[in-house]
Design a protein around this ligand. Structure first.
Ligand code: ATP
Length: 287
């Protein structure tokens, strides 16, 4: 970590053993619509927790709560032992994958630099040190070859690497990834998961929202499954079972484990189309 980064973290030291993210009895509502409640979750340094669930189950709302953009209705949410605040350098954020306009005048390295400038207060890094740091960040995600290319001309997977480099620029304790694999092919999914996993192995806690568990199954420590009839937290083996998901959906859901992959199929006749997991099955079947 650079001296400047250390300065950023200096007022945020947390006692050893403090989770990077902790929720206790957390609930989130929009008006009278309670999206989830009674949520307890810890994500420790070096852990990757996948957040799964059908459309509308509150995955993005959870990300927004952690970012300090959406208040809880009840309970507690802490990032390294403190309430989150918008723009905190302790949280890195990889937003949902959207292709960047080809006409965007920024180079990949400019986007990464924004990750350093955007959070920083006080004296900015001298330009030579800034360039070195940006080079290091690009190298860490395997993007050195296209640092000077306009970011809108990069492929989806290349853009996603650059977004990750930007998100980790402040060496955050917690990395939030909101569907970072959306619209990437299998090879690029693997590459992006590899980049995020390298970060996890270096001690960053990762909260990873995804519709597809299989691309991250090998690196997941825990799963948070949000569903119409509640939620469950546990290892993939504990949560991704026929019994557990049938309870969560309130209808029969078959979970098949085959060739190191998980396939989920709804067999009930009364599924709400916004809530049933067929999308998950299709997405994973296509992977
Ligand atoms: N600002 C808001 N005001 C009112 N309702 C909202 C707001 N944001 C989200 N919702 C509702 O809250 C629920 C959860 O939305 P959220 O986007 O968190 O779900 P999600 O699991 O991320 O969905 P998806 O998988 O489709 O992205 C949905 O019913 C949504 O319509």
């Amino acid at each position: 970590m650079s001296t400047a980064d250390s300065a950023d973290h200096a007022d945020s030291a947390a006692p050893a053993g403090t989770p990077a993210l902790s929720l206790r009895g957390a609930a989130l509502s929009y008006g009278t619509h309670e999206v989830w409640s009674d949520l307890d979750l810890d994500v420790h340094p070096g852990e990757l927790v996948a957040v799964l669930g059908p459309n509308g189950s509150g995955k993005t709302s959870l990300v927004r709560a952690v970012l300090g953009q959406q208040p809880l209705t009840r309970g507690r949410l802490e990032v390294r032992g403190r309430r989150p605040r918008a723009g905190s350098p302790e949280i890195g954020y990889v937003p949902q994958q959207r292709l960047i306009d080809p006409m965007t005048p920024l180079r990949a390295r400019d986007l990464v630099r924004q990750g350093l400038d955007g959070h920083r207060w006080g004296v900015p890094l001298p330009s030579r040190r800034m360039r070195t740091r940006v080079d290091e960040l690009l190298a860490a995600v395997g993007a050195s070859a296209y640092g000077d290319v306009p970011v809108g001309l990069l492929s989806g997977g290349e853009q996603q690497r650059v977004r990750i480099a930007q998100a980790v620029a402040t060496d955050p304790a917690l990395l939030l990834c909101d569907e970072p694999l959306l619209s990437l092919d299998l090879a690029h999914q693997r590459e992006v998961v590899g980049v995020i996993d390298a970060r996890r192995r270096a001690g960053t806690a990762v909260l990873f929202v995804t519709h597809e568990i299989n691309p991250v199954l090998d690196v997941v420590d825990k799963v948070l499954y949000l569903a119409p009839a509640g939620h469950r937290v546990g290892t993939p083996e504990e949560v991704l079972t026929t019994e557990s998901l049938s309870q969560l959906y309130g209808t029969r859901v078959e979970v098949l484990h085959h060739g190191g992959r998980v396939l989920i199929a709804a067999t009930g006749a009364h599924l709400d189309h916004d809530c049933h997991p067929a999308g998950l099955l299709e997405a994973e079947g296509a992977a």
